[in-house]
Design a protein around this ligand. Structure first.
Ligand code: HEM
Length: 227
């Protein structure tokens, strides 16, 4: 291997090991995942347009074949890197300060920021359950392959399931609020003059995704959506 290639590898390894490198990986993978979450919500909201629309959308996604698998691989890699960086950054933070501050400086940190450490794992656990529920069907007692609309309605008819979806998606909204704001900072977009605007963008993003996702189980529980 040439000296230049080794030098490049060393620099990449140094970047990976540095805190800022980890934060950038966190931000880039978070950006990819946020884009998916928004697109997924917009696609799913077609449930309000009726079974034909939602099922046609599901069939369209399946028809993408190789492209769908490519997207899945990118998403899976993003989730893996996002979690790995989160764990490593948390450990670095603990190593730097094994004793917590006696007086917490809550003034500058929001509720969303302080809850990242558990909103992340809960959203992760939700995702595993969600894939077994709506994609593979093992966690869905009335799963009908290919009938996305029926699966969503019969799935959300169970109040415990709907409650779990709503709680997880409210936590996701907080996670997105703080995550998008941190992303701006890690990517160097933040500037004191734009702070209020960027915070508003992050907040709006979390609220829009949260409301859109909570609306679906809520609509089934209240009978607005039915088979
Ligand atoms: C109420 C909110 C949600 C609803 C109604 C919903 C609905 C669905 C449905 C019906 C599928 C299966 C689609 C198909 O087989 O054609 C699916 C797949 C999926 N959902 Fe959700 N979802 C919601 C929220 C979320 C959230 C918040 C995330 C991420 C944190 C997420 C991540 C995924 C992923 C990764 C897949 C698998 C996509 C694939 O590889 O085919 N979903 N969702």
């Amino acid at each position: 291997m040439s000296t230049i290639a080794v030098g490049g590898l060393n620099r990449t390894a140094a970047l990976y090991q540095s805190v800022i490198g980890k934060k950038v990986i966190m931000a880039v993978t978070g950006f990819i995942l946020s884009g998916f979450v928004l697109g997924h919500m917009i696609g799913n909201l077609q449930v309000f347009a009726g079974p034909e629309k939602l099922n046609a959308y599901g069939a369209f996604l399946q028809s993408l074949g190789g492209a769908l698998w490519a997207a899945r691989i990118v998403l899976l890699a993003s989730v893996g890197l996002h979690i790995t960086m989160a764990v490593q950054l948390t450990m670095l933070k603990l190593e730097a300060r094994p004793q917590p501050y006696v007086k917490k400086t809550a003034l500058v940190s929001t509720y969303a920021a302080r809850t990242m450490i558990w909103s992340g794992p809960i959203v992760g656990a939700f995702l595993v359950y969600h894939l077994l529920h709506f994609t593979t069907g093992q966690a869905h007692p009335d799963f009908k392959p290919g009938d996305v609309y029926a699966n969503v309605i019969t799935g959300f008819r169970n109040p415990a399931v709907s409650l779990f979806y709503m709680v997880a998606n409210i936590l996701l909204a907080f996670h997105l609020y703080h995550g998008v704001w941190s992303m701006f900072q890690s990517l160097g977009v933040a500037h004191p003059r734009y702070t209020p605007l960027l915070k508003r963008v992050a907040q709006t993003f979390g609220i829009v995704v949260g409301l859109g996702n909570v609306a679906m189980p809520m609509a089934v529980l209240t009978g607005i959506l039915s088979l």
